[in-house]
Write a protein of this length. Structure first.
Length: 174
C-alpha cells in the first residue's frame, strides 16, 4: 500500500506533466482590406482616408494605404499611417500625374479619341499586435474620387473595420 506522501508526489508529477505549456504572445499580423475597384479620370484625384473610431487612450491603428492599378500592382510605395482615437490620415492619387496605368477599355463612346478613366483599387493594410501588445483599432476607411479643380466629389465608398485581439492557444487546448 502506498503512503499518503507517495500518493501526493505521484499526483503532483502527473499534474505537472499535464499542465499546458507556456505560450509566447503571438507576433503581429497584417490584415489586408481591399475596396472594390473604381475608376479615375485624368481630371480627378482619388483619396483614401482612415479614421480610428476606437475609444481610449491606448487606441491606435498602424498600417499602410496603397493604390493598385488594373493589373493589381501597387502604384508607388504607399503611405504609412498611425492614427490614435478619432485621428484621420489620408493618401491621394492624382489622375493627371499618371494615375492608375494599364488597360482602361476603349477610349470614348465610339472607341476613338477621348481619354477614358483607368481602373484602380484601394488597399489598406492594418497591423494588429498580438497578446499584451494589442491596442484597440476600429478603422473607417473611405475611398473617394473628386474633381481635381472644383473639389466636387464624384464617388465615395466607406468600409468599417474592427481589428480583434490575437491570442495563442496551446496545441491540444482548443
Amino acid at each position: 500500500m502506498m503512503s499518503f506522501r507517495n500518493v501526493l508526489w505521484l499526483s503532483a508529477a502527473t499534474l505537472g506533466s499535464l499542465a499546458a505549456p507556456a505560450v509566447a504572445a503571438p507576433p503581429s499580423v497584417t490584415h489586408v482590406y481591399l475596396v472594390p475597384a473604381m475608376s479615375l479620370a485624368p481630371s480627378e484625384t482619388a483619396r483614401i482616408s482612415v479614421v480610428n473610431i476606437a475609444n481610449g487612450s491606448k487606441a491606435s491603428c498602424t498600417g499602410k494605404m496603397l493604390f493598385n492599378n488594373g493589373q493589381g500592382s501597387a502604384i508607388g510605395n504607399g503611405t504609412t499611417f498611425t492614427v490614435t482615437s478619432r485621428q484621420i490620415q489620408f493618401a491621394e492619387l492624382a489622375g493627371s500625374a499618371g494615375g492608375p496605368s494599364g488597360p482602361s477599355g476603349p477610349s470614348g463612346p465610339s472607341g476613338g479619341g477621348a481619354v477614358s478613366p483607368a481602373p484602380f483599387q484601394a488597399e489598406v493594410d492594418v497591423v494588429v499586435a498580438g497578446g499584451d501588445n494589442f491596442t484597440p483599432c476600429s478603422l473607417l476607411i473611405t475611398v473617394e474620387t473628386y474633381d481635381s479643380t472644383t473639389g466636387a466629389t464624384h464617388s465615395a465608398v466607406t468600409v468599417a473595420v474592427a481589428a480583434t485581439t490575437i491570442t495563442a492557444t496551446p496545441v491540444g487546448q482548443r
